[in-house]
Design a protein around this ligand. Structure first.
Ligand code: NAP
Length: 244
């Protein structure tokens, strides 16, 4: 039997990342489920995928920690493993009006959301390139990164930065057949949006509801498939019709 292609999903233990792990496992990938602290949740994603006949394993490392991330990823590549699809999904928020934002609010968001993109993508892309893999890199940004949002100067800046980084990288690696795209969700029901009032969503979103993690994962799965082979450098909003 042929070995399954491997997908690495950062922040796969909960919310959108967990749905992406599911979706890619169903599409035939062996999934590395990355997480940083919530082992119980990561284990339950792993168990559900395996119980359903899928293939996956846990991959714990802190994407904000360059050394830890690089040594985890390069050790596996040095052992002959290969990642075909990378989904940069791990992210945090530290929302506050800019006037009240602390250095820690700014730094922790940048370290996880922007440095995390670099820390994971750099060694993964090097390996794809070295092994001549026509890989897929998908990064989860946000509607906030496209239009900005009050109280999210740090988060919106980090999410806009990964869009610019992805568009630039797409142009660098297109000739190697590696595609680099971004998905920008609107409001999606996860731990991250526990505090968002339903009334606000009804008023702002033309579809008058939050999205589900699966609705984001479906688009990511397409971007990780062979069917998206001529699509690169794009930002796909999955947001119920929010105005851009
Ligand atoms: P979530 O429920 O808060 O889950 C965050 C995930 O990221 C968890 O798996 C968490 O791992 C992981 N993570 C956080 N910091 C990490 C680190 N330093 N290293 C490794 N993993 C780390 O988030 P979500 O709502 O599913 O969001 C997923 C993505 O969609 C994010 O990029 C987010 O910005 C984006 N997004 C979400 C929404 C929304 O409405 N939910 C809207 C727009 C964009 P642990 O479980 O170990 O903590």
């Amino acid at each position: 039997m042929d070995k399954k292609p491997v997908a690495l999903v950062t922040g796969g233990s909960r919310g959108i990342g967990a749905a992406i792990c599911w979706s890619l496992a169903k599409a035939g990938y062996h999934v590395w489920i990355n997480y940083v602290s919530n082992e119980q949740s990561a284990r339950s994603v792993e168990k559900e995928i395996i119980d359903a006949g899928g293939s996956c394993e846990l991959a714990r490392f802190d994407v904000a920690n360059r050394e830890e991330t690089r040594s985890y990823i390069t050790a596996r590549f040095d052992a002959g493993e290969v990642v075909t699809a990378l989904v940069n999904n791990a992210s945090i928020t530290r929302d506050n009006l800019f006037f009240f934002m602390t250095d820690e609010d700014w730094d922790s968001v940048m370290r996880t959301n922007l440095d995390g993109f670099y820390n994971v993508t750099s060694p993964t892309l090097n390996a794809m390139n070295r092994m001549k893999i026509k890989g897929r890199i998908v990064t989860i940004s946000s509607y906030s990164g496209v239009v900005g949002n009050r109280g999210q100067v740090n988060y919106a800046a980090s999410k806009a930065a990964v869009i610019a980084a992805s568009k630039s990288l797409a142009r660098e690696v297109a000739r190697a057949g590696i595609t680099v795209n971004v998905v920008a969700p609107g409001f999606v029901t996860t731990d991250m949006t526990n505090d968002v009032p339903a009334e606000l969503v009804r008023n702002l979103v033309p579809m008058r509801r939050m999205g589900t993690p699966e609705e984001i994962a479906n688009v990511v799965r397409f971007l990780c498939s062979d069917e998206s082979s001529y699509l690169t450098g794009q930002v796909i909003g999955v947001d119920g019709g929010l105005p851009s």
